[in-house]
Design a protein. Structure first.
Length: 152
């Protein structure tokens, strides 16, 4: 995968109802290439606002222990998975991913640069292979989504 975000939420009840509260979040990304038939572009998601569909969701609770990977995630983020009396808290684990082959939409400012992976396409200086590079800034982040209609 080239991007993932994991969110853990705890259900806190208040009378007959309750709400989910985020207790941990982790995301990681690496630069990746997108292609669209007209060429390819490098996307650097370092400064990006990402909006993705939910890929995986699981829960733990009183009679349902977190999986070993969920327990490791909680420990890494110093989140206690049990109540003070020793029963499991009601937790929801949500994962959002951009994997190789996924369709994505990217909006932002780009610049043309030499494409180091394309080889040479001709003899002259005008035949140097180029690609688009999309890099955001903290003031002007890229927008990335796996729902292309959201950026229209």
């Amino acid at each position: 995968c080239v991007f993932f975000e994991c969110v853990v939420e705890e259900y806190r009840s208040s009378g007959k109802s309750g709400t989910w509260h985020r207790v941990a979040r982790e995301s990681r990304s690496v630069p990746f290439l997108v292609t669209d038939g007209t060429g390819r572009a490098l996307v650097d998601p370092t400064f990006a606002r990402v909006s993705l569909d939910l890929d995986e969701e699981s829960q733990s609770g009183t009679f349902d222990d977190p999986s070993p990977s969920e327990s490791a995630f909680l420990a890494r983020h110093r989140v206690e998975g049990a109540t003070w009396i020793g029963t499991n808290k009601r937790l929801r684990f949500r994962e959002f991913v951009i994997a190789a082959g996924d369709v994505v939409a990217v909006a932002g400012v780009g610049a043309r640069e030499l494409d180091p992976d394309a080889g040479t396409s001709g003899e002259g200086y005008r035949d140097v292979p180029m690609r688009l590079a999309l890099r955001g800034t903290s003031e002007a982040p890229l927008l990335v989504s796996d729902r292309p209609d959201t950026l229209a």
